[in-house]
Design a protein around this ligand. Structure first.
Ligand SMILES: NC(=O)c1ccc[n+]([C@@H]2O[C@H](COP(=O)([O-])OP(=O)(O)OC[C@H]3O[C@@H](n4cnc5c(N)ncnc54)[C@H](OP(=O)(O)O)[C@@H]3O)[C@@H](O)[C@H]2O)c1
Length: 336
């Protein structure tokens, strides 16, 4: 690996890839040479990076030659095609897609939770999805102290989690509604503006694909293969910021104040929890930040040893780009 490394972003014109550029800038990630890729559609687009206009190229094997760290945010098919090329040539693919998340040969990493899983990687590192990341950041310290017995999750997921097309569709529906026009709908099965939609993902049996991903990925990241976890994923008309209401049953008795203190001391978590003064996590407040905001921490009085809480995280930053850049920072600290 060159020092500083040659870095590439595949999917640089997209919602997650565009945020990767901002996070690489914000965290002053060391970069020798920088390359931006997309499909033939986005080739020729200019993206702004470190005060320069960078021309986006169509991704191909030649373009990835000599790249040390390649961030993939262009969907699973593109990762499957090009991440092994990067790995074979001695670089590392840091993948935001779902392609390798359940591959036992590929670590699935949330740096605050299981950084040790990176050891022995073989040139591809997977990142969990944008709900799993904040959920595991919050569940891991609670599990370490009190032992998870059962987790129930209901999500409130932003339009940008569905990519730039759904984010743009929500924005245009807001304008349509404001001007009294019928809201147009092209990329999503329902009008999202003014709505709450418990679907829109492909189905896997009776679960949405998102629900089955979150269940499998949470178990893998926490290394709790049999964790009982129930998830309902819901899309809400919010631009950026995924939230979740979470109910957790523990092996040990747990007091809300102790949980609050433990989470306050945990990496990547910001406790925002004074409901009497209207302080709790909201997607609007968390957008643009790298922490997971947690609040409404209270006893779930319907069960023994149980808590309820609410969390929000920026799906494009900690849910995607920030986690990937943190992984890359760990890779630089450790020799390949
Ligand atoms: N959005 C989130 O909150 C989020 C969070 C976690 C993970 N992710 C993951 O990140 C990936 C991208 O999602 P997104 O939300 O950023 O989607 P998006 O806004 O639709 O962007 C997709 C990006 O991928 C590029 N692309 C599409 N097909 C390609 C191909 N065949 N070859 C090369 N580039 C291609 C697009 O380039 P063109 O300009 O050429 O179309 C664009 O840059 C997905 O795997 C998603 O699961 C997203």
């Amino acid at each position: 690996m060159q020092d500083p490394p040659v870095v590439a972003v595949v999917g640089a014109t997209g919602a997650a890839g565009g945020t990767l550029l901002r996070v690489l800038e914000d965290r002053i990630f060391p970069i020798g040479d920088f390359r931006a890729f997309a499909s033939a559609r986005g080739a020729g687009t200019l993206v702004r990076f470190r005060d320069h206009d960078v021309v986006v190229a169509e991704v191909d094997e030649a373009g990835l030659d000599g790249a040390d760290i390649v961030f993939f945010a262009a969907g699973a098919a593109t990762s499957r095609r090009f991440a092994p090329v990067v790995a074979r040539r001695g670089g590392v693919a840091v993948d935001k897609s779902s392609a390798y998340r359940m591959d036992p040969e590929v670590p699935l990493v949330v740096p605050e939770v299981n950084a040790a899983a990176l050891t022995g990687h073989q040139g591809i590192v997977a990142n969990p999805n944008c709900v799993t990341i904040p959920l595991t950041v919050v569940l891991a310290p609670l599990h370490a102290r009190y032992g998870l017995r059962h987790v129930t999750v209901a999500t409130y997921q932003a339009a940008s989690g569905g990519g730039r097309a759904l984010a743009a569709e929500l924005a245009s529906q807001e304008r349509d509604d404001a001007y009294g026009r019928p809201p147009r709908r092209e990329v999503y099965p329902h009008v999202l503006h003014g709505n709450v939609v418990p679907g829109g993902w492909p189905m896997v049996g009776d679960d949405t694909e998102e629900e089955s991903k979150v269940i499998a990925e949470v178990r893998r990241v926490l290394d709790l293969a049999a964790l009982p976890i129930a998830v309902t994923t819901v899309r809400v008309p919010v631009a950026v910021g995924h939230s979740a209401a979470v109910w957790i049953e523990f092996d040990q008795p747990i007091a809300a104040d102790d949980a609050r203190q433990l989470l306050d001391d945990s990496p990547g978590v910001l406790v925002v929890d004074d409901p009497a003064t209207q302080q709790y996590p909201t997607p609007r407040a968390v957008a643009g930040s790298d922490e997971v905001h947690v609040g409404r921490i209270r006893a779930d009085v319907s069960r023994e040893n149980a808590l309820a809480l609410f969390l929000s995280a920026d799906n494009l930053r900690k849910g995607a780009a920030t986690n990937a850049v943190q992984v890359a920072e760990l890779l630089l600290e450790r020799p390949l």
